[in-house]
Design a protein around this ligand. Sequence first.
Ligand code: PHE
Length: 452
Amino acid sequence: MSGQNPTTSKKTWANRWTFLLAAAGSAIGLGNIWKFPYIAGQYGGGAFVMLYLLCIAVMGVPLLMAETAIGRHTRLSPLNAIRKLTSDLGASKLWGIIGWMGMLAGFLILSFYSVIAGWSLSYAWDIVTGAFSGMNTDQVGDAFGGLVSSAPRQIFWHTVFMVITLVITARGIHKGLEKGLQVMMPALFALLLIMLGYSMLETGQFMRGFDFMFSVNFSKVTGEAFVAALGQAFFTLSLGMCCLMAYGSYMPANNSIPRTAINVAALDTLMAIISGLIVFPIVFAYGLEPSAGPGLLFVSLTAAFVHMPMGELFGFLFFVLVGIAALSSAISLVEPALAWLIERTPLSRTVATVILCAAIWFVGLGTVFSMSGDLTFTLFGKNFFDLLDYFTSNILLPVGGLLVSIFAGWIMKRSTLMHELGLSVGVFNLWRAMIRVIVPLCVLTVLITALF
Ligand code: PHE
């Protein structure tokens, strides 16, 4: 399945689809299906969606290319990739912080990601066992409240999800990832299309949902919305935490990085937009609030599944596939820290995975207890989960992206990147100008606006 790269001893992925699949598997997950609709709902729709698309195009795509190129060039885990480059180029060792921040971000994100993925598994189970049958929309809302207020139920499913992640990760990237995703990702896409059909034909509110997402009310284009859009763009593309660097290190030399980056960004954005177009018409049809927060996807779709013909089957499949999409992202969240542990310590892959996943599981309890109300600690009006989410998506990932862009734009050799990207000189210069100037300026502006 996996071949040897001729220039190094490191294994590379078997064919050109595998990297695309793995990168898309990392990018597509709860960020698209769960987070995008709820954040867009909280920031009032169109204005947020416009800013988000802007961030994807202007910052996301160039950075995706930069991260992948660094990984493929060095064929090392992110931290060691940066270390090797800085020592080869005589640059400051401090750049290693990019790798450390990436590991930290992956660790913290996975801690709450696993809890939400656990919700999805819990929903799959409840739907197929008939727990929702005959419920009206209010009762569906209460059922969500019931799950979230119960620490034991959330811990159970959080544990199930972390154990699955652990087992697949410990088996190794080649064996674990390649096969499953080839079937699951298209299946998820097909199911999203079925749900989109439902929203279009059965809710009677499709145009209202569409307008909510795409008509821009410029008074809602605020600094705060911009930070949220930037954070969401980085989160959904798995950017700014060296995840694609880790994956890029397995990418065959003859794959085109720019083409793959554009495909990943396009697929990922498409999934998010479709999710929004599914959720909002249902939200309006059943009298729910677009700004309901993290429960939005679960409550709205379940309200629809209860009314749909074969809703139990579709609901079950939907939540299982969302869980699987989350799994392929979770695996990529562990990868940077895991790759480093394996390179740097005598631990075997299995032992390293167990230690890492146990620690992540433990931190995840903080999210569980803040959801259930057992942990009442707040800071700036945010609970533990909100703080983690804000700190990772809106600070760690953008700052990570900022550093990667400066590193790739100003420290790395032009010829190295030119070689990795394989672009014509004109297009390459355009990319380089974006990475050197536009991306850092945009990220900085947004972050500074956020502070004031
Ligand atoms: N991109 C994933 C999603 O949208 C989450 C993720 C973030 C995965 C960062 C890896 C790194 O669900």
